[in-house]
Ligand binder design. Sequence first.
Ligand SMILES: [Fe+2]
Length: 207
Amino acid sequence: MPNTKSKKANGGQTKSRASNGSGKAKTSNSKSSATTDQRDTKLAKFFEDSLKDIYWAEKHLTKALPEMQEAATTQELKDAIEKHTQQTEEHVSRLEQVFEILGKKAQAKKCDGMEGLVKEGESVVEETDEGSMTRDAGIIVSAQKVEHYEIAAYGSLVQLATTMGEDEIAEILNETLQEEKETDELLTEIAETNINWEAELEGEGSD
Ligand SMILES: [Fe+2]
């Protein structure tokens, strides 16, 4: 693991050895990648940890989303969730690609944030009636919370990658970021055009 860097007036990188592995420069051919020194900074380590975190989150979602899909009432919402499950699988493999570019093994580190959001979604399902529009409205709220978490995570990762000179990685992560934003907009649209209104008409909840 890390090194015994004499702490230095930071900002730039403290030159330490040609670091990890073989000093192999880059795996990409066209876009620019960071130098091996840039990959040996505290920021790079933080970046890698954040990747592990979102990697766990995405993998967790590939299991949670189908359950949400099944619980949903309307076909429209089921279809949207199904589409997003497929995208999520793609997000997982993009992250694996990023680890590969970095010359690291793809590793997941439990993401408490995503675990909590998914749990929240599960309790929405428990607390709403099967076949109701209120349930769909609730699922959409939960799904949008998930999307906003992911948008924040990927937005930051894209910025960090850019700062570290990892242009190729920034580009890959940005593709995912855009898809997360599109999903969020789609969910808003579904909620606004239909589901929320119908949920409103379901009247008083007794229980
Ligand atoms: Fe995702």
